[in-house]
Design a protein around this ligand. Structure first.
Ligand code: AMP
Length: 397
């Protein structure tokens, strides 16, 4: 039994899950928010242990302080007696560029590359690197591993990852499609293969990570073949507050009309668009579904979201020359019964048939199509932290 910690450091937050491996039992999990951002009235630390939530309010100037506090809480709550009980730490890193096509052990060179890749994901990679440095200082004995969101997508063929812009920008600056949510797509694909009782290498899957951030991946022979997120996580599907794909010249036009700076334009596309921008009321799918029948804007936003998902399924169905299964995961994919229904109903002409009863359940992984459906569909809860812990364990060996 080995304790392994999965860490997801955001620009002002730190999410963590401590697992016993290889049993894959969760010991504790939690989140620290408002790091370096001052306090508001709310508790900013939550640690979940044995089904009980321990909340507190504590100011942190930086990630190192937050990590020290989290570990002190681990001792206080009896989660560990000694920090050295944590034998491995896996860090989620957003951008791995073309340098990383799999998870790797942390060393100085890896850490420098993570920092250099902050050029691609400024807020995320910088925070990820801070997290790694802080843990190396506090638990130097632990094996540290970085798990990249982009790594799974490094198998995409060139025709799928290049943009139709002058080739020199790719060679000079590495601008291309990198994708995201790779750990999640990989995890649910492995689970789908288990449910189908077939080797992942023999399958064509379309995996849909539909959360606040959303992406769809075409998986061929167990490998990412195409994915909807692009150079950055702004691309592809319509998301909670992100626009997904838009015609570049359109925003250039709006920018001129509104007198916006480059940063303001990016902020609008990242934070004020998507479900929020179209509905004008909320970025949360639950809120929009609540008023779907009474609010035209909410209905339009949901319908557009579903439409974009179906567009990508169609694209990937053709790219893969068919599909063995569709997989829904993440906040919306796992919980939103109406969204899954709307998507599947639009595929009826392909012979995809929803099992209404199976689709009405939440919780553990389940097949949501009928036995005679031409393509199977599954709801599979994602578990990025477990996938990270598995990688740590593999590399510790
Ligand atoms: P995630 O980023 O994976 O945590 O997903 C967060 C999003 O999932 C929220 O913003 C909601 O839009 C959505 N969500 C969570 N629960 C539900 C639900 N019961 N019905 C519809 N959407 C949900």
């Amino acid at each position: 039994m080995t304790k392994i910690l999965s860490v997801n450091a955001g620009s002002s937050s730190l999410k963590f899950k401590l697992l016993n491996m290889p049993e894959e039992d969760v010991i504790a999990e939690g989140v620290i928010e408002r790091i370096g951002a001052g306090l508001d009235q709310d508790d900013n630390v939550t640690i979940k242990l044995n089904g009980e939530k321990h909340k507190s309010r504590q100011e942190f100037d930086d990630h190192e302080q937050a990590i020290n506090f989290m570990l002190a809480q681990f001792k206080e709550l009896g989660i560990v007696k000694d920090f050295n009980e944590i034998k491995g730490i896996g860090h989620r890193v957003v951008a791995g560029g073309e340098w990383f096509n799999k998870s790797v052990l942390v060393d100085d060179e890896v850490l420098k590359k993570v920092e250099r890749l902050a050029a691609y994901a400024p807020l995320h990679n910088a925070a990820n690197a801070l997290g790694i440095r802080a843990f190396s200082k506090i638990i130097p004995e632990a094996v540290e591993v970085v798990v990249f969101d982009t790594a799974f997508h490094q198998t995409m063929p060139k025709e799928n990852y290049l943009y139709a812009i002058p080739y020199e920008y790719y060679t000079k600056y590495g601008v291309r499609r990198y994708g995201a949510h790779g750990t999640s797509h990989k995890y649910v694909a492995e689970q789908a293969a288990k449910l189908l009782g077939k080797p992942l290498e023999d399958l064509k899957l379309i995996t849909m990570h539909l959360g606040a951030g959303a992406s769809i991946t075409a998986i061929k022979n167990g490998k990412s073949y195409d994915t909807s997120m692009g150079f950055s996580p702004l691309a592809g599907l319509m998301m909670a507050t992100r626009s997904g794909d838009v015609d570049y010249s359109l925003m250039n036009y709006v920018k001129g009309k509104e007198g916006l700076s480059d940063q303001e334009t990016l902020d609008i596309l990242n934070h004020k668009s998507g479900l929020l921008g179209v509905s004008t009321i909320s970025s949360d799918m639950r809120d929009l579904l609540d008023v779907y029948d009474t609010n035209d804007h909410a209905k339009l936003a949901v319908d557009m979201f579903v439409d974009r998902v179906v567009d990508y399924i169609g694209q990937y169905y053709f790219e893969l020359q068919g599909a063995d299964a569709l997989v829904f995961t993440a906040g919306i994919g796992e919980n939103s019964i109406p969204v899954r229904k709307m998507v599947i109903d639009k595929l009826a002409f392909l012979g995809v048939k929803l099992d209404e009863e199976a689709n009405s359940k939440r919780g553990s992984a389940t097949e949501i199509t009928t036995a005679d459906s031409k393509i199977k569909a599954f709801m599979i809860p994602t578990n990025e932290e477990l996938e990270i812990a598995r990688d740590v364990q593999r590399l510790m060996k």
